[in-house]
Design a protein around this ligand. Structure first.
Ligand SMILES: *Cc1c(COP(=O)(O)O)cnc(C)c1O
Length: 390
């Protein structure tokens, strides 16, 4: 990648902008599962598509460049990327995990890794003392999401990396909410960056994909072996869709984040909204740490209404956003963490984390912010406040 260009330009003018063989301005989709070996003794660059495929490789090299890593890996979903990264652990190892981690990651750790003798502790990562106090001699990974899902809590990446390095642990960071447009964790010392590329990177609610990027060559070799051994690789059509989505990543995120800030400010002033969680609001407890480690606040926010009844009424009356699982798309997506992304988490654990029955998460898309605000404002007129309820 040309270092002299900005990130926005590099999204388009990279090594893959023109196919060397044909001059095509779109990466060719190579469907072959296997590759003829012209030489009996020496195999070519590609032999079998699980081990390597040129279309997948284009995506893997692109994300590695964007995140500033040495190597990228594309998987069949975000969970496939995350699960494969966890295979770096062995029986007897311990992992420290942010307490409001993505629901699927919570399920993977508590229901699957635990069966293989991998221990875990969930901690409030906004509190570095708390993190430090839970590091054990066998702690091998500190797993971070910042901003976290769905409460948009901010973890001090530098602080965690320092603790991890001092204790011989690796740091994994799920960068789905920020993308390398807004946050580049490898530059801050993180070892493995993970993505659900299903979300902002692909951006159109039409593909499932996951990515991992590492900065260290030896770690890259280990993760490559796991990717090939476990085999949850991304298909070529889907790799192409993610590459296509990446071309507009910067402009999509910029636009959606601008709208998210406007909507967060509107909700924060609304009498029927009890709390708004968005790192772009100056009274967000992680605002200044986030400003230090990222270059924008992203397009996801969440907010509290009085209770489940209020949420139900709001969702029934709101017209623009789709009501669905997922985020990071061209259309705004409203979701209900208690019954969607965090349904895998027991109610008691959920509520301990502040993911109550009154919480809604909004991923802001590319609609006019003014239209969304009018839509929300109208839907809120039907909602009762907690005082009115009691
Ligand atoms: C969606 C999501 C995942 C899981 O990704 P899939 O592509 O759905 O498997 C992981 N982490 C975060 C933060 C997510 O939003």
């Amino acid at each position: 990648m040309e270092k002299s260009f900005s990130f926005q330009t590099n999204l388009l003018h990279n090594k893959w902008k023109i196919d060397e063989q044909t001059g095509a301005v779109s990466v060719p989709i190579q469907h072959a599962s296997t590759f003829h070996q012209a030489n009996f003794d020496e195999f070519g660059k590609y032999d079998y598509s699980r081990s390597g495929n040129p279309t997948r490789e284009a995506l893997e090299e692109t994300i590695a460049e964007l995140e500033g890593g040495v190597r990228g890996f594309a998987f069949s979903s975000g969970m496939a990327a995350i699960s494969t990264a966890f295979l770096l652990l062995s029986k007897g190892d311990h992992v420290l995990v942010t307490e409001d981690v993505y629901g699927g990651t919570y399920r993977m750790i508590t229901e699957v890794l635990s069966r293989f003798g991998i221990e875990y502790t969930f901690v409030d990562m906004t509190d570095l003392h708390e993190v430090a106090s839970h590091i054990r001699p066998n702690t091998k990974v500190i797993y971070v999401e910042t901003p976290s899902n769905p409460l948009l809590k901010i973890t001090d990446i530098h602080g965690i990396v320092k603790l991890a390095k001092a204790n011989g642990c690796l740091t994994f960071l799920d960068n789905t909410f920020m993308t390398p447009v807004l946050q580049r964790p490898l530059d801050l010392g993180v070892d493995v960056v993970l993505h659900s590329a299903t979300k902002f990177l692909a951006g159109h609610s039409d593909v499932l994909a996951g990515l991992a990027v590492v900065k260290d060559k030896e770690l890259a070799d280990r993760l490559y072996k796991l990717q090939n051994a476990f085999g949850a690789v991304l298909g070529v059509q889907d790799a192409w869709l993610v590459l296509r989505g990446l071309k507009t990543l910067h402009v999509r995120l910029e636009q959606s984040a601008q709208s998210a800030l406007k909507i967060a400010k509107f909700l924060a002033k609304h009498p029927k909204v009890e709390a708004v969680y968005y790192p772009g609001l100056s009274d967000h407890p992680g605002h200044s740490i986030h400003r230090y480690q990222a270059s924008g606040f992203g397009a996801v926010l969440s907010f509290h209404l009085a209770d489940e009844e209020a949420v139900r009424t709001f969702v029934q009356h709101v017209k623009i956003p789709v009501f669905a699982v997922s985020l990071g798309a061209v259309e705004s997506i409203l979701s209900y963490p208690a019954k969607m992304s965090h349904a895998a988490m027991p109610k008691e654990e959920r509520e301990k984390r502040g993911i109550t029955d009154g919480l809604l998460r909004l991923s802001v898309g590319l609609e006019a912010a003014e239209d969304l605000i009018v839509d929300f404002s109208e839907a809120l007129t039907y909602v009762k406040t907690s005082e009115a309820v009691s």
